[in-house]
Design a protein around this ligand. Structure first.
Ligand SMILES: *[C@@H]1O[C@H](CO)[C@@H](O)[C@H](O)[C@H]1NC(C)=O
Ligand SMILES: *[C@@H]1O[C@H](CO)[C@@H](O)[C@H](O)[C@H]1NC(C)=O
Ligand SMILES: *[C@@H]1O[C@H](CO)[C@@H](O)[C@H](O)[C@H]1NC(C)=O
Length: 223
């Protein structure tokens, strides 16, 4: 019985370390769209630095290429791109040697003069989200029109639009337009349930399962 408990405890510890040994890709400045020439810094924020996370990307020209392949300046788990080009548009993620991958982000670099600054990471249900429509040359307070899945949703006099208490129905493809300057590219806004709560729920399920196993074992006749 003692041995079973120890094994269960070890299993639980490994389970906990499995769920925490993850990398999170963050983008700074936090936006999914950039103008050509902007500075972008990408970081694999790791809970376990020994896991050796590598930033990778897929673009229209290259697959699974790394920061040190020439498109960025690597330093540890950070990769800086000074002066992004349209060719830097693509999907970015962090990958460990052992296989697990982080969240993925879509970055779009435009050669045009309008971008939509939208959250690059999934937003939590219930949060407020502010979108900013800005031009390359003028301060960001021009009137802008915002579109979701191709339909006009709002016209804002200052180029900001806040969606309060986002829900799953706010998920979609967004873009904006500034009269006389042009249209931004489109970006996905993803809405998720609170990931932390979901993760804790999984662990609780396992703990419950283990507790049930222990009590089942105790009922077995002693030989
Ligand atoms: C990147 O490209 C490879 C090869 O085409 C593909 O297998 C992989 O699924 C792509 N990854 C992402 C995140 O799009
Ligand atoms: C990347 O940029 C950040 C923020 O500007 C800076 O602190 C860091 O030193 C840079 N790293 C490299 C390798 O250029
Ligand atoms: C990236 O963009 C593609 C196409 O627009 C979309 O299907 C995919 O869900 C996006 N991925 C993320 C992580 O936003």
């Amino acid at each position: 019985m003692k041995e079973t408990s120890v094994l269960c405890l070890l299993f639980l510890i490994s389970l906990l370390s499995c769920t925490t040994n993850q990398a999170r890709l963050t983008v700074s400045p936090s936006s999914s769209q950039f103008f050509e020439g902007d500075f972008v810094s990408l970081s694999c924020e790791e809970d376990d630095s020994s896991a050796g996370w590598t930033l990778r990307r897929n673009t229209s020209k290259q697959q699974r290429s790394q920061c040190r392949d020439g498109w960025g300046k690597p330093a540890g788990s950070t990769c800086n791109i000074s002066g992004v080009l349209q060719l830097d548009s693509g999907v970015y993620w962090c990958e460990s040697r052992e296989g697990p991958i982080s969240n993925m982000v879509n970055l779009t670099v435009t050669g045009g003069s309008v971008i939509l600054q939208s959250p690059v990471l999934p937003v939590m249900e219930g949060d407020d989200v502010t979108l900013l429509c800005k031009t390359k040359t003028t301060p960001s307070n021009l009137p802008a029109a915002f579109y979701k899945d191709g339909s006009l949703i709002r016209k804002q006099p200052t180029g900001h639009m806040t969606i309060q208490h986002v829900s799953r129905s706010d998920e979609g493809l967004y873009k904006c337009d500034i009269s006389g300057h042009g249209e931004s590219p489109s970006s996905w806004i993803t809405v998720t349930a609170d990931q932390k709560e979901a993760g804790e729920g999984d662990i609780i399920t396992h703990v419950m399962y283990i507790t049930i196993k222990i009590s089942n074992n105790q009922k077995q006749p002693i030989r």
